[in-house]
Write a protein that binds this ligand. Structure first.
Ligand code: ZN
Length: 318
């Protein structure tokens, strides 16, 4: 009786032992399998390539599983991370950013995003887009976006010769109202602003451009004037502004009037459209006198952020 009991006890221990070994093997097996599987995941490969968890999150926010898969099989792309973290990154432009970067390795991610968003990877006047005039005073006209030969704003008003050297010049009403407010405030500060150029129709612009082209050649003409259809002056939203004391393109830049405009024009909805060091983006060398009306909200944004209207348009309006 006792012997049988002992035998039974032994068998129970044996069975328990076997169960423990089986369960243990299973647990180890599952773990090994899981590890193996994890090593095949994008996360593991990206961590191995040197991406941090934060950076992986950025990739996941921007790319599909499949796209991340191909990134995971390559070495870490620092430049891509910089692009993705740029405030004005546009996903649709990614291939163009990359192609541009491969050609111009010294440009920062910020500059690449700025240039490509402004289309400057295309040659001037070769990538024509009819500008969307429904954007009204936020429409863009530059060396890519242009107006048709027949475009003429329907709210042009005549500028009083109190504000302009000469008679009969026109500008859009919304711009005129804003300019008069600005002119009055400037006068209170002893600055006397005077307009030197305003709305130009297609034919006027053609004449301006042809004059430079005929006297100095195409390269010079392109550097100093927009071709017909590509000038902001045709929008009726641009004014060339000088002061009664400083009336030339060479002396206006360092005048009190220009300094005043730099600090105050945005409050009336105007921006200096072509600034120092933005030629690579706007396509125009600095013009201290050329002001574009974009409304107070956008002008204030541009005053506070270091971007051009071309970039603003690509990111917020187009
Ligand atoms: Zn101008």
């Amino acid at each position: 009786m006792k012997k049988t009991k002992l035998k039974l006890k032994k068998s129970v221990y044996l069975i328990i032992g076997i169960i423990i070994i089986l369960v243990g093997s299973c647990i180890i097996g599952v773990k090994v399998y899981k590890d193996m599987k994890y090593k095949e995941t994008n996360e593991y490969k990206l961590l191995e390539a040197g991406y941090t968890k934060e950076e992986i999150k950025i990739l996941e926010q921007n790319f599909s599983e499949e796209e991340i898969g191909s990134l995971a099989n390559a070495s870490k792309d620092e430049f891509l991370l910089e692009l993705l973290q740029d405030e004005y990154f546009i996903k649709d432009n990614l291939n163009r950013y990359t192609a541009y970067h491969n050609e111009f390795l010294n440009d920062s991610a910020r500059l690449v995003v700025a240039k490509i968003n402004a289309n400057t990877d295309y040659n001037y006047y070769t990538h024509d887009i009819d500008t969307d005039i429904s954007k009204d005073y936020l429409m863009i006209v530059n060396k890519y976006y242009h107006l048709g030969e027949d475009y003429e704003p329907d709210d042009l008003v005549t500028i009083s010769n109190q504000y302009y050297y000469g008679d009969g010049h026109q500008i859009r009403e919304v711009v005129y109202d804003a300019f008069i407010d600005m002119w009055n405030q400037a006068r209170n500060d002893d600055i006397y602003l005077i307009i030197n150029s305003s709305y130009r129709n297609y034919q006027n612009q053609q004449e301006v451009y042809d004059y430079y082209k005929d006297t100095r050649g195409t390269t010079y003409a392109d550097s100093i004037a927009a071709r017909a259809g590509y000038s902001e002056h045709q929008t009726g939203l641009a004014l060339d502004i000088f002061s009664t004391e400083y009336t030339t393109t060479s002396n206006f830049k360092n005048s009190p009037a220009h300094l005043w405009l730099k600090e105050n024009a945005y409050k009336y909805g105007f921006i200096q459209r072509y600034q120092e060091n933005t030629e690579d983006i706007t396509g125009f060398a600095e013009e201290a006198w050329h002001y574009r009306y974009v409304g107070v909200e956008v002008a204030t944004y541009l005053h506070e952020h270091d971007i051009t209207f071309d970039e603003y348009y690509a990111y917020f309006i187009a």
